[in-house]
Design a protein around this ligand. Structure first.
Ligand SMILES: *Cc1c(COP(=O)(O)O)cnc(C)c1O
Length: 365
């Protein structure tokens, strides 16, 4: 007898999350030497983690602390984040697993069955998954041809059941920032919360964190997975109004960051040298990729660029790049992205050169 009927309504509508491919998977399917494969599909830091974070983890291991619960609210990390962001601890939460954990907690906090969230597409797919998993109905508003958000269309999609609007800036996969005026217009007009996903903000020319002071419904989401090179540690954080943090802490799972994650996060924040190098590498590299890949490449404020290979199919081009041992992200699975977009993480200088050569080989004529 099937127990499928135990699964709550709405779960079957969740599209599967398609993660980037791993080096081992590709080595196996294409018969390649793993050492020759470059992974530019998941926006990870090509310089690896901060050496200071690695040292801190080594020391942690030797202290035999693994049998002890970490602090329930990751207080030491929140304190360090307060120093880093300039916001008081009462505005900051640390979250695990990653920023995804922050999003899931916020959904658990505000969503009742049948509530709505607004998602401008194409964008990061976890918003939809978290929303549906918590009983919400996602309402999609398409960005324009340049991936700009039209604030009026977003506001028009609002109903009395709208609880949250997701704004990704820089947007994954397009790399563009939201205009501050539009964001202010959305924040002051909606009756819901506005979640601004700044996963890539360290690579960008500006951030929107100061808007937290101006609106009592705006949350900034951040992560250690990209610029800090700690994707494996699963650390995220949020900057939010004080009243919302108090409510959030009621439902957040205690101990949601592990002791090693807290330790690595604090060390990474103090390693300004690694951060600076990582940001400079991404900024130089994205310009190089844009200037040299012979297809339409969108301007990016992140550590990746979006390449449009039309009239070719992204799927086919990605397949041929894989044969050469280059993993990039086919964006066909992103809702409303069409079938000709490829997201390429900025790598090291050598990796970027290989990527450019590979794209040149795919250029017709
Ligand atoms: C990578 C990414 C995240 C997820 O970050 P984690 O902290 O690793 O969960 C969130 N939002 C966007 C847009 C991302 O690209």
């Amino acid at each position: 007898m099937s127990r499928r009927n135990l699964i709550k309504d709405g779960i079957k509508n969740i599209p599967e999350y398609v993660p980037g491919k791993t080096i081992d998977e590709i080595a196996l399917s294409y018969g390649l030497d793993p050492d020759t494969i470059i992974k530019l599909g998941s926006n990870e830091n090509p310089l690896g983690p901060s050496p200071e974070a690695v040292d801190a983890l080594d020391r942690y291991k030797h202290l035999y602390q693994l049998s002890v619960y970490p602090s329930a609210d990751s207080g030491e990390l929140v304190e360090a984040l307060s120093g880093y962001t300039g916001y008081p601890e009462s505005n900051i939460v640390a979250s695990g697993p990653g920023m995804d954990g922050l999003i899931d907690n916020l959904m658990r906090l505000v969503i009742s069955q049948g509530d709505e969230v607004i998602i401008p597409t194409p964008t990061f797919s976890y918003y939809e998954i978290a929303a549906r998993a918590n009983g919400a109905v996602p309402v999609f508003v398409k960005r324009d041809n340049e991936f700009q958000i039209d604030s009026e269309s977003v506001l028009k999609a609002e109903t009395p059941r709208t609880k949250m609007i997701f704004i990704c800036s820089p947007n994954n996969p397009s790399g563009d920032l939201i205009d501050e005026k539009k964001l202010r217009r959305i924040a002051e007009s909606t009756k819901g919360l506005v979640f601004v996903d700044e996963a890539y903000v360290e690579f960008a020319d500006r951030n929107m964190a100061n808007l937290v002071d101006d609106y009592d419904n705006l949350i900034i989401g951040r992560t250690f997975s990209k610029a800090f090179g700690l994707a494996g540690m699963r650390i995220g954080y949020g900057i939010m109004p004080k009243w919302l943090k108090s409510e959030y802490m009621r439902i957040s799972t205690p101990f949601n960051l592990s002791g090693p994650s807290i330790t690595a996060g604090i060390a990474a924040l103090s390693d300004t040298k690694h951060l600076k190098q990582s940001v400079e590498l991404a900024r130089k590299g994205r310009k190089y990729l844009k200037d040299n890949i012979p297809f339409n490449v969108y301007n990016s404020q992140a550590n990746f660029v979006l390449v449009d290979v039309a009239p070719q199919k992204a799927k086919d081009v990605c397949e041929r790049l894989l044969e050469e041992g280059i993993i990039v992200r086919d964006c066909t699975s992103f809702r409303d992205a069409g079938d000709s977009l490829i997201r390429v993480t900025v790598g090291t200088k050598d990796q970027n050169k290989r990527v450019v050569e590979a794209f040149k080989n795919q250029y017709p004529g």
